[in-house]
Design a binder for this molecule. Sequence first.
Ligand SMILES: [Ca+2]
Ligand SMILES: [Ca+2]
Ligand SMILES: [Ca+2]
Ligand SMILES: [Ca+2]
Length: 267
Amino acid sequence: MSRLLLLLALPLLAACPTPSNQPLPDDDDDDSAIGDDDDSTPEDVDWDDDGLPNDFEDSIGTDPTNNDSDEDGFLDGTEYYAYFRPWDGTDYPYVGEYPRAPIPDTIESEGFNQLQVSPDWSAVDQFGQELFLHRFAGNIVIVYIDTEEAPPIGSVAPLVQKAYAELQDQGVVVLCFLTQGLTFGSPPDAQRFIDTHGITFPVFEHQNQSISSDYHVDPFVPHWSVLFRNMRIFDISASGYNEWEDVLSQVETLLEEEWTDYDWPLP
Ligand SMILES: [Ca+2]
Ligand SMILES: [Ca+2]
Ligand SMILES: [Ca+2]
Ligand SMILES: [Ca+2]
């Protein structure tokens, strides 16, 4: 379904006025070779009808004669306009429609302490997708660690879901590590957790805590770490149901911070 939505959105995106700061190599020479006798300008010509003009495909390294250059099932233009990489077969629009933003080729990892850029990691979500932290760059990331077993006050998960639903369009994403099931020491069940609380953000079954333990899960869950859009850790530690309001305040503070997108030239 997400592919359909993106395909439907593509003509609208393509029709939007875009900055013309993209250099256009080899202006008309190669286009004239195929007899472009219509009134299209060379920079409009899109041989493979994937939404990206030939010259632009040359500049980003995709194939102007193949509408799915990396053969991952998504058209070059569908991927590129949604900030996915049409030259990388391991990168394509998420099931679940999680936020994406322009991302750089590399992000230098620093560490898991406050004000350090978080190292990259990957985990498998409820749809079987391997998600990479650094591919959420450009968004404010809430690393949310919890168990299915809830304190007497109840699970905080519905409040986290409510905030995600309200803020994802502004570039906020929740990445949830579920470390335990309904009883102490039992394995977590992501789908049960999702169904119980109406979750739409990614949930990772993560009993071994190999990644979540790096985010200073202390003294207990629920626990949050908030990362700025460049993946810098804003606050390393907030634990407990009653800290959620403070976490939300951190996110709202970061939403007001100025941010310059990573370079993602448009045709
Ligand atoms: Ca094309
Ligand atoms: Ca192409
Ligand atoms: Ca593709
Ligand atoms: Ca791709």
